[in-house]
Design a protein around this ligand. Structure first.
Ligand SMILES: Nc1ncnc2c1ncn2[C@@H]1O[C@H](COP(=O)(O)OP(=O)(O)OP(=O)(O)O)[C@@H](O)[C@H]1O
Length: 309
């Protein structure tokens, strides 16, 4: 499948001499939701800024739906909508005018029916005549999204879309992203909320210190790098792991009150768990509780970034 965004050998050295991106290669598939994760200062905003034409790359190439973002800037930019982290718009303008004006910036003819649909989708319709300054923080966020959608882009970048918003607005945003994807829009989001990537993304890219260290399907990432852990709370604490269990990946908790069995996510360790429980029964080790836990994307992310630093 042809990529809708193609980044090759992209580097950015700021005037300070800081290498914010180091020869980044990245392919975004048409129609997917792609989450870009990385610690503070990893280069996420720089990467998005370059693709959207706000930051000048030092070297490398970016194509947006086949258009070079430098030599074919206008065509590339018209394909892209960007929801930035902060609102930089005229506070004394109305919602309707702000969003309509954004469309005009892309040289597109007015399309009131489209603007109305966007505002209705974002629950902004009854605020259309309000001045931006009078809106709540959540509503201002919605205006940012409406502006980014005003010119009907095929690619939507969301930089930290739900940072600092309440739970209800976060759910609304997720719902909106899903609806947009259904209409064929490709979505690329950066987030610090790993549960957001876990909930929303088809694929995940991890960036650290200006390098993409991993790109994978979310599901296969969780399967490959995730771990499953079974904690067996014992009725009577043990002094050590019984030698009969030494061939199994079992450890004793520090207080001796629980056995902890860990496997990688791939096999889930189901067969061995049955074997472990059978052996415990044979040894007469009684337990009062069993608890299973699968590692989250957050655990994987922390492991990955830690291993590289
Ligand atoms: N104009 C600039 N001049 C010099 N250094 C910069 C400039 N803009 C960003 N940087 C540096 O480049 C690095 C990457 O910044 P960037 O904003 O891309 O990271 P990020 O991954 O988006 O971080 P965050 O999650 O904190 O927003 C940071 O160390 C930052 O200090």
């Amino acid at each position: 499948m042809q990529s809708i965004v193609s980044v090759s050998g992209l580097s950015k050295v700021y005037a300070s001499g800081f290498h914010a991106l180091k020869a980044v290669d990245l392919e975004i598939r048409r129609g997917e939701i792609f989450a870009l994760l990385g610690p503070n200062g990893a280069g996420k905003t720089t990467l998005i800024g370059i693709i959207c034409g706000l930051v000048q790359p030092t070297s490398g190439k970016v194509l947006a739906d086949g258009h070079d973002i430098i030599s074919d800037y206008r065509a590339a930019r018209s394909k892209i909508g960007l929801v930035p982290q902060e609102l930089s718009t005229d506070m004394f303008e109305t919602v309707w005018n702000t969003v309509s004006f954004s469309r005009g910036l892309f040289g597109k003819s007015p399309a009131p029916a489209h603007i109305e649909r966007v505002l209705r989708d974002l629950s902004l319709w009854d605020k259309k005549d309000n001045k931006i300054a009078t809106l709540s923080g959540g509503m201002k966020r919605r205006v940012l999204i409406a502006k980014a959608l005003s010119h009907e882009p095929d690619i939507l970048f969301l930089d930290e879309p739900t940072a600092g918003v309440d739970v209800e607005l976060r759910r609304d945003m997720w719902e909106l992203m899903r609806r947009l994807r259904e209409t064929g829009v490709t979505i690329i989001l950066t987030t610090h909320y790993i549960e957001e990537a876990e909930e929303m993304a088809d694929r995940i890219g991890v960036i650290n210190k200006g390098e993409i260290i991993l790109v994978d399907d979310k599901v296969s990432l969780l399967n490959k790098l995730g771990k499953a852990q079974l904690t067996i709370e014992l009725k009577t604490p043990l002094a050590q792991v019984p030698p009969e269990l030494s061939d199994l990946p079992v450890e004793l908790s520090a207080d001796g009150a629980a056995l902890v069995y860990t496997t990688n996510g791939q096999d889930g360790g189901q067969g061995n768990i049955a074997e472990l429980l059978r052996r415990l029964g044979a040894l007469g080790v009684d337990f009062k509780n069993l608890e299973t836990r699968r590692s989250s994307l957050e655990d994987i992310f922390i492991d990955l970034v830690r291993a590289r630093s």
